[in-house]
Design a protein around this ligand. Structure first.
Ligand code: PLP
Length: 404
């Protein structure tokens, strides 16, 4: 080995050793079954799964699987191109129309992930003189997209506001207005459902502030789409807002809309068209595989035809939240399918999560740096695919943990 690589290997080894010593080393579990309410983990057997984003049980739904197989048969495996050369297939178009009509917006465009969609959004839509205003607890992809934007466009500034604090958002908008050039635009970005707290953005109030300050409202509803609102349209529907009241959505096809994977930007036609024309991930990276696009469309169709999936999810969420509280744990209150049990230190969250797994319940502990130091948690995620028996076993395991 060269001296350089020795130095790098030693440094990496030391970091990994430190993670191990402090109980922060993550173990990747090998799943040997389809995703569902009960899954098979290598070396452990069947466990009840309470940590997937499979909120509507669509990840392995027969319609979704069949549509993917059909897509694979008809179009083959690879797109072999970026979208603007020869990578746009008919299923991309029908999926994008489906996403737009589902959300109630003008247009949408897909990416291989929501991470990728978000990474495309701000660097493409922003230019010097613009300001991005962002909730402090926004998803990592938003934070990184802003970092990328300010690195590419040195004249773009950022203002961060306190989590869901409307006074702080107003202050940020006042300061954004001062920083914004005369032809600049202000963008306000928020998660719809916050992935670690499980709470929801105050979209109606944020909309009013955006109108007052003439700001573009961008909502990443990755944990809200398919989950929130009477028919699962998302956090805007929860508040009775039309899709058009949100200027731009970003979202994932890998959570409730479990077509496999993928992400999208949806909303105003001009924003979507700019991403088609100039988004670097769309110009330089392969299209969403067609089989995945077919599955994703089937997932949205299945949800649209079965609003009962959303109702069952809601019933299950209520049962799980009640169960956790009865056991004596504190769960952050909210209407979403994310139920975080705050336990404190990272090592504590990891050891509790390990103990749950020993009892056949799979729920992951999150600690620093995913959440702030001292606010480590077990995140319980509920699915419409869960039945009473799964929820009972979760509560029994939590009770055993509580009683030592
Ligand atoms: C999960 C998540 C993403 C990432 O979605 P992928 O499609 O897996 O890249 C982006 N934003 C938010 C808010 C998320 O919760």
């Amino acid at each position: 080995m060269t001296t350089t690589s020795t130095s790098f290997i030693n440094r990496s080894t030391a970091i990994l050793a430190q993670l191990e010593e402090t109980g922060q080393l993550k173990q990747l579990q090998m799943i040997e079954s389809p995703m569902g309410p009960r899954i098979s983990i290598r070396g452990r057997g069947d466990v009840d799964c309470f940590c997937s984003n499979n909120y509507l049980g669509l990840a392995n739904h027969p319609n979704v699987v069949e549509a993917g197989i059909e897509g694979l048969r008809t179009y083959g495996a690879g797109t072999s191109s970026v979208r603007f050369i020869c990578g746009t297939f008919a299923p991309h178009e029908s999926l994008e129309e489906r996403i737009a009509s589902f959300l109630g917006v003008e247009a949408s465009y897909t990416f291989v992930s929501c991470w990728n969609a978000t990474e495309a959004t701000f660097p493409t839509l922003c230019q010097d003189g613009d300001v991005i205003v962002s909730d402090e607890l926004n998803h990592a992809c938003i934070i990184d997209s802003m970092r990328l934007t300010t690195a590419i466009h040195r004249g773009v500034s950022k203002c961060i506001y306190k989590h869901s604090d409307m006074k702080s958002l107003r202050d940020a908008l006042v300061s954004a207005t001062e920083k914004c050039s005369s032809d600049g635009n202000i963008f306000v970005i928020t998660d719809g459902v916050f992935s670690m707290e499980g709470d929801i953005a105050l979209l109606p109030e944020i909309r009013i502030l955006c109108d007052e300050f003439e700001a573009v409202l961008v909502v990443d509803d990755s944990h809200g789409t398919g989950v929130m609102g009477e028919t699962g349209r998302g956090t805007h529907e929860h508040y009775g807002m039309a899709g058009t009241e949100i200027d731009i959505f970003t979202g994932t096809l890998g959570k409730a809309l479990g077509g496999g994977a993928g992400g999208y930007v949806a909303g105003k036609r001009e924003a979507v068209e700019l991403l088609v024309q100039r988004g670097r991930p769309t110009l330089f990276s392969n299209a969403l595989p067609v089989t995945v696009a077919c599955s994703a469309k089937a997932a949205i169709d299945t949800l649209a035809n079965n609003p009962s999936l959303v109702h069952k999810l809601r019933t299950n969420v209520a049962a799980v939240r009640k169960g956790i509280a009865e056991v004596g744990f504190e769960v952050l209150e909210s209407p979403t399918a994310i139920c975080p049990i705050i336990v404190g230190e990272t090592a504590m969250a990891i050891s509790m999560s390990n103990a749950l797994l020993e009892m056949g319940v799979f729920a992951i502990g999150f600690g620093y740096p995913v959440v702030p130091e001292g606010a480590a948690r077990i995140r319980v995620q509920v699915s419409s695919a869960h039945e009473k028996e799964h929820i009972e076993r979760l509560c029994n395991a939590l009770r055993q943990l509580k009683n030592g």
